[in-house]
Design a protein around this ligand. Sequence first.
Ligand code: HEM
Length: 458
Amino acid sequence: MLNSQGIKGPPYRFIHGNNKQVAELRREAVSKPLGLTNEIFPHVQPHMYSWINKYGKNYLCWDGVRAEIVVSDPESESARDGLVTVVGEKWVKQRKLANHVFHGESLKNMIPAVITSVETLVARWKGREGKEIEVFEEFKLMTSEVISRTAFGSSYLEGEKIFDMLNKLLELMVLNLFKTRIPFINKFWKPADLLESEKLAKEVQDIVLKIVKKREDKVENGEADGFGNDFLGLLVNAYHDPDEKNRLSLDDLVDECKTFYFGGQETVSSLLSWTVLLLAIHGDWQEKARREVIDTFGHQIPHPEGLAKLKTITMIIYETLRLYGPSAGLMRKAGRQVQLGNVDLPSDVDILVLNIATHHDPQIWGEDVHLFKPERFEEGIAKATNHNAGAFFPFGLGPRSCVGMNFATNEAKIALSMILQRYTFTLSPAYVHSPISFLTLKPQHGIQIILESLHDDS
Ligand code: HEM
């Protein structure tokens, strides 16, 4: 049906679809380092890069037996709006809750949690001046602490235990990403890794249940007059909602904790790592950013009014998100028949809207598309993209777009400000450039930098 309408793609292979070819191309790409360039698309998604060149910006491929339409043409933007509005009732409930959590006032309350976590980070760096530091692992620890503190408040140490397990779950998921699962057979026979993930998921559920119970007991005994105003507190409130329509089940509650963690931890550590890489290479931008931070905060901790005024840092973050955006694409299900340009898509097809292709497209950004030039965003996103809303969307599009966007940018601004106030940094000669996409965009061999303290006493 799609072929006859002009959507082409690699041929379907029995059961595996295109998965074997994808795995092979990806293996081949990551076996060779890249050289220090921002032209990362062919390295990160070699199959998508070659299929776009061969079949066009919108093409059809096969994830096992499932058909997937890949969309990377910003002209198809109106169709994307059609896609993103197809949402279920459960999503509406969760989204309401998430919007509540990320509302302005709650957002301000998160700032102290972020500052405390960055203080832990820079305290760990004391005495390591002149030595190599691998920042990707460092930022993972930091963003984990941030999420744990904002999600679980006073219970944040228990939160860290949960996240430890979620991390193991994530590793298992990543290992299985390109394995073809055959639904019918998996009903009767479960491989060891599937059993392991089910066991982990059960343990996560048990610990969350224990924390929830503790909070309920405190309210019952009169030790507290509410379930708490951190993320977990809001979830427990919703779990007790007298209105059945708004009430969360325990499974939903655990799911929300997972989404918050997966959504909020890997993405921000990825963004911070690539920003530090680019600033280590581009010392002039590092210096401009530092000047702005000192002009705004002096040597004090960052405050909300100042964060809103950081223009240079915002431009740097946008340009990093363009070149090294953590998410490669947005997954959508049509849910009903949808029109994409001139093409009718069947209702059950998976759709992947590829932002990495759009963000690296010279037809949109010009011949200097692969250069780090934060000045593109000097006059805002609309000007940088020529008012083409479909050209730059690191946080997604439409009603399903990232709820954590303001939280993430504030966290990144705070971390960068507090680092720039204390250190200058350069890239270590040991660094090997190889961005890879495993759920988020990661540096395959880490990012090694060398710090110099700006103050004699630290
Ligand atoms: C640089 C950091 C981040 C980036 C680049 C990012 C990007 C994205 C993208 C591309 C989506 C999918 C949007 C779509 O399908 O249209 C998404 C969804 C989501 N993000 Fe983020 N995100 C970031 C940080 C965060 C943080 C810090 C949190 C929470 C603490 C978070 C929570 C979520 C949630 C809950 C969703 C699902 C929204 C829904 O389905 O309604 N994200 N994010």
